[in-house]
Design a protein around this ligand. Structure first.
Ligand code: SAM
Ligand code: SF4
Length: 360
């Protein structure tokens, strides 16, 4: 990771924080954030083992959650003042927010500083997407990632603690039908739970022309559920997949800010071939190329999934701050972004909030 790789930043003046005096969200290591992830709710209709406890999860009281107008104002500041080019809506389960279509439409009305339309995407468990995919596409959503860890109804019910695989599958199909292609599937592999179903899931994804993304399990779920020694790693997944599919590694620049490393799957006798990826956040961290900034449902700004500090933008919004003050606070917070997640550091501590409350 080099400091200020961008020539425009090298030439820039320094502002009062000692950061280059540029509109962008730049940090001390020269990374520039162009991708905003917004958690629109911390609530969810599943209870995935790796994300939430079976019972007792506390949710934000409604008055603490940002209103539509507050989210729209923050999106506008991010796009107009801070040069954000992509917005991904997430949660909790973002479809549990009834006004999601309104938020997407508002973002679609904004134009990036480059003059291009914003890239708008959604990460969802897919439940209920069957009924909303068309409306979301019409509102301007470009792409969808549907989380589906397995195609075994039993393993799905064990992992998510709900018997809803068919609904998730119907959601992915509706997204494709609405033209939000390629639909991506996110899959987390847990040892002894869905490890044996990895090839069936890839087969299903290829048959439906979905792009499967395996994601390494990160220490962001309920306390005590993550042990590095028990993690199913990129190498483990590749070893399993290579036994049944013929693969060719897609050379860079795919990794860049997009964290998935990708492989082409050659057509076989019972599938058309296609592509899949692995997001190896733990065994091959990509923090050096991270271009993300995150907002929680209660308006807390996080520069990293694993950050232990948050910056309270909701207090500024509700305290009458100007757009310029909010943008300056956002820039100052990003300037302090840590170099990496530090999962391998002896002193590593998981963030106080679980993934569902931060927004994946
Ligand atoms: N509810 C939506 C969903 O499941 O797609 C959006 C929010 S969820 C937190 C976003 C993504 O985070 C999902 O793909 C999920 O698999 C992933 N995720 C949740 N807990 C995780 C963990 N501990 N490690 C890695 N990924 C995790
Ligand atoms: Fe809900 Fe998504 Fe977390 Fe599963 S991963 S419990 S669907 S927020």
């Amino acid at each position: 990771m080099t400091a200020f790789p961008d020539l425009r930043l090298k030439r820039a003046r320094l502002d009062t924080y000692g950061r280059p005096d540029v509109p962008e969200l730049v940090d001390r290591y020269g990374r520039v954030a162009r991708d905003l992830r917004i958690s629109v709710t911390d609530r969810c209709n599943l209870r995935c083992q790796y994300c939430m406890p079976e019972e007792g999860q506390e949710f934000l009281p409604t008055p603490e959650v940002l209103t539509d107008d507050e989210i729209i104002r923050l999106m506008r500041i991010a796009v107009d003042e801070l040069r954000i080019e992509e917005i991904r809506f997430t949660g909790g389960e973002p479809l549990m927010r009834k006004s999601l279509e309104k938020l997407v439409a508002a973002a679609r009305g904004m134009t990036a500083w480059t003059g291009a339309p914003l890239d708008l995407s959604l990460t969802t468990n897919g439940l209920g997407l069957k009924h909303r995919a068309r409306g979301l596409a019409e509102a301007g959503l470009n792409r969808v990632n549907v989380s589906m860890d397995t195609v075994s109804p039993q393993a799905y019910a064990a992992l998510t603690r709900r018997n809803r695989l068919k609904d998730a599958q119907a959601g992915a199909a509706a997204a494709a039908e609405a033209g939000m292609t390629p639909v991506k599937l996110n899959a987390l592999v847990m040892p002894g739970v869905n490890e044996n179903g990895v090839c069936d899931l890839l087969q299903y994804a290829l048959e439906h022309h979905y792009e499967l993304r395996f994601i390494e399990f990160m220490p962001l779920g309920p306390r005590g559920t993550w042990k590095r020694s028990q993690m199913v790693t990129r190498e483990d997944i590749l070893r399993i997949v290579e036994q049944h599919f013929e693969l060719t590694h897609r050379p860079g620049p795919e990794r860049g800010a997009s964290p998935a490393e990708e492989w082409d799957v050659l057509p076989g006798t019972n599938h058309p071939g296609g592509r899949f990826g692995i997001v190896a956040s733990v065994s091959r961290p990509f923090c050096g190329e991270c271009d993300r900034t995150r907002l929680t449902a209660d308006g807390q700004l996080r520069s990293c999934l694993f950050a232990r500090e948050e910056t309270d933008l909701r207090a500024l919004l509700r305290g009458g701050a100007s757009d310029t003050e909010i943008a300056d606070t956002w820039r100052a917070a990003m300037w302090g972004k840590q170099a990496g997640h530090g999962i391998d550091d002896p002193g590593f501590l998981s963030p106080a909030r679980p993934m569902s409350a931060i927004g994946g």
